[in-house]
Write a protein that binds this ligand. Structure first.
Ligand code: MOS
Length: 708
């Protein structure tokens, strides 16, 4: 990257609280989401999903439906345009889940079998509900419970499938204390506030898509590949996004909308219903995990084994890499991790906030708490004693690792020092009270991005980058970053995002969005400032400078880069009713420079609240007979709501990334990591009973055995 000629960086905006720059638009309704942007001549597509779980579509009775009012066409495997899924995209080979209407096979319940397009949304829906589809049904298997004979190891987002060093059995045998426990987490869904929605149209030979996604360039490139188009002839825009959490990449709705717009030569909009999200938007696989820990009498680990089994579809291999977190957190002379997966007749799972780390940290951080109990060592002290010098698997030094500082600050603020470690001793009326803690980590990376910074003739600045603000406050964070790099007040900077025409940039994902974009914005803005210093006046079209961080990122030193955190929870448990209430939570994070404390706090607490939800509420239950979910809606799928969320506080310790121009590490996902374990550990402390299966439902509390 370029550096300023003065060598001094005047920082004013980064690190100060700033309300969202688009906040007024959002609360007044002026901000338009993908399903609301007006188009002349718009037609509406409605997806028809399979009612069987496995088999073939024998026929689609389009005749009667085509006679219904307003109906324009019915697309299905017999007549839809063909797509090409034989390419390598940003995330590797494409997900055949999105290649809809290409074959008669039904791989899971809720598979798209047709798209009905009509003049109005209501006409499309009525016709879609009237469409008769005949199937040949085949037996299915959706049962995920413990082991499965067809399970196999597979690499994934968390790295290789298997890692191993040392003699596990020998070290376990030589350990003074051993924990050997199995944990499970259920199928979970990231059902965003704004459902997936896309409008596609052809405009002068160019495909235009207005969509809700986590990366416009990503979606544009995937659509170009799928429809064999020149990438330059595809433009995707995504101005405001009401949540993504990993679910908003390329999905069936965009592909269906492009097909219909192509067939009808007019703009077509496809919006998923809330119910459809449960089979089309991806989800987090259930996991069963086994953790074996062996330690000496002082709690120093001699053996660590973490294996995770998750579930994918028959269409696409996606693995929930739960064992990945152990590769970063703790070292041991014998250290083994394995991620395995089994293919069943279910919808394809996908990335969901802290993929791998969220369920993995529940198992590992629960097991650490069990080890602390068995060793008679405070759970924080146990973790501090097991702080590794280097990455346990990579062998690389950590860029920074401030986990002990997080625990120190968290313990001080939470009041941990007064804690009696013995379980089941504190009672308040019908409630048993307990406190628990857990560690958190998430990778801190950056990916190449491009940006453009323009000095306008009126003295303002425009920054363009195809970033996505999925509710995180990224647009605002980039405004602060740009203002500092330009050394001007924030009100002179306009940041434009969500348009693939702005050039390649990282997606909002992997906790890498803001950091990757801020790097590119800083590089462009700093070079622009140099150019301005040498120019005499700004022409009417302004002066524009472009940046590309590919080279700078390639030169980064090889270190283990992670954010860390310490989670604390206090719970109250009524063992007569099984009710668990979280009373307060505190999270202290070491997660790089915090750009905007206001929105950052929301990111952290949002993740922690999701941890409450994961610990106590969320569970999608699949009916083994129908293969579909019970209650695929937000009435049947419970999430934490206001009454479940007490005082939740998040704060941070100083932990700037040493190699990042702004010091950013990324905070998108770490808030949920360890949060469920802290709550489960607090439930143990309250009751003396370990809960190794999430969620900790009232019936599980009631049937968990004698309480202390
Ligand atoms: Mo995130 S699960 O990388 O959107």
């Amino acid at each position: 990257m370029t550096t300023t000629t003065t060598g001094t960086r005047v920082t004013k905006a980064v690190g100060t609280a700033h309300a969202r720059v688009e906040g007024r638009d959002k609360v007044t309704g002026a901000a338009r989401y993908a399903g609301e942007v007006p188009f002349a001549g718009l037609a509406y597509g409605w997806m028809v999903l399979s009612t069987i779980t496995r088999g073939r579509v024998r026929s689609v009775e389009t005749g009667a439906v085509l006679e219904m009012p307003g109906v324009l066409t019915v697309l299905h495997h017999g007549n839809a345009p063909r797509v090409d899924i034989d390419y390598v995209g940003m995330l590797g080979v494409p997900d055949p889940t999105v290649a809809v209407f290409q074959h008669d096979r039904v791989p899971h319940a809720g598979w798209p079998v047709a798209l009905v397009v009509a003049e109005t949304s209501e006409q499309a829906r009525e016709a879609a509900e009237a469409l008769v589809v005949h199937y040949e049904e085949e037996p299915h298997d959706v049962t995920f419970a413990g082991e499965h004979p067809d399970a196999y190891t597979m690499p994934g987002p968390g790295g290789p499938a298997v890692t191993g060093k040392g003699d596990l059995e020998a070290e376990l045998a030589a350990s003074a204390v051993v924990v050997d426990a199995e944990y499970s987490t259920p199928e979970e869904h990231h059902n965003s506030m704004e459902p997936h929605a896309a409008t596609a149209l052809w405009d002068g030979g160019r495909l235009e898509v207005v969509d809700s996604n986590q990366g416009t360039v990503w979606v544009a490139n995937e659509l170009a590949n799928l429809f064999s188009l020149d990438p330059a002839s595809v433009r995707v825009r995504s101005e405001h996004v009401g949540g993504g959490f990993g679910s908003k990449g390329v999905r069936a709705h965009q592909v269906a909308a492009v097909m219909a717009a192509t067939v009808l030569s007019r703009p077509v909009r496809v919006v998923m219903t809330r119910r459809q999200l449960f089979s089309l938007a991806g989800h987090r696989s259930p996991t069963t995990q086994r953790v074996r820990l062996g330690a000496d009498a002082e709690g120093r680990l001699r053996a660590l084994e973490h294996s995770c089994l998750s579930r994918t579809s028959t269409v696409y291999e996606f693995i929930e890499s739960g064992a990945g977190v152990a590769r970063v957190m703790y070292d041991a002379p014998a250290h083994h991790t394995a991620n395995r997966v089994v293919r069943l007749d279910v919808p394809s799972p996908t990335y969901m906030r802290a993929p791998g780390e969220a369920p993995g940290s529940f198992a590992l951080e629960s097991a650490l708490d069990e080890l602390a109990e068995k060793c008679g060592i405070d759970p924080i002290e146990l973790r501090v004693r097991n702080e590794p010098e280097r990455g346990p698997v990579s062998g690389l030094p950590f860029s920074t690792r401030s986990l002990p500082a997080c625990f120190r600050e968290g313990a001080r603020r939470f009041g941990w020092a007064d804690r009696d470690p013995r379980p089941g001793l504190r009672r308040e009326g019908r409630w048993l009270l307990g406190t628990g803690t857990a560690a958190a980590s998430f990778g801190a990376g950056a990916m190449p991005s491009t940006a453009a910074a323009t000095a306008e003739a009126d003295g303002t600045f425009t920054v363009r980058i195809s970033a996505a603000d999925i509710g995180t406050g990224a647009r605002t964070a980039l405004t602060l970053v740009a203002a500092d790099a330009l050394q001007v007040p924030t009100d002179r900077v306009r940041v434009r995002i969500g348009d693939s025409d702005f050039g390649p940039a990282m997606i909002a994902g992997g906790s890498m969005g803001t950091r990757s974009w801020a790097w590119a914005v800083t590089a462009a803005a700093e070079e622009l400032r140099e150019r301005l210093a040498l120019s005499d006046g700004i022409p009417p079209e302004g002066i524009t400078v472009r940046s590309d961080t590919t080279e700078a990122l390639g030169a980064l030193a090889q270190t283990e880069r992670h954010s860390f955190g310490a989670q604390f929870a206090e719970v109250a448990v009524d063992v007569a009713t099984g009710e668990v209430r979280v009373r307060r939570m505190l999270g202290i994070f070491a997660a790089g420079r915090i750009v905007n404390p206001l929105t950052a706090r929301g990111q952290f607490t949002g993740g922690m609240i999701w941890g409450i939800s994961m610990a106590l509420h969320e569970e999608a239950v699949r009916d083994r007979n129908t293969g579909a979910l019970y209650g695929a809606d937000l009435a049947g799928y419970h999430v934490a709501t206001n009454a479940d969320v007490p005082l939740v506080e998040a704060d941070w310790v100083d932990d700037p990334d040493p190699d990042d121009p702004v010091g950013i590490k990324g905070i998108g996902e770490i808030g949920i990591v360890g949060a469920a374990a802290a709550i489960a550990n607090a439930v143990w402390h309250a009751t003396g009973v370990r809960h190794r299966s999430l969620p900790i439902r009232p019936d599980r509390v009631l049937t968990a055995g004698p309480h202390a």
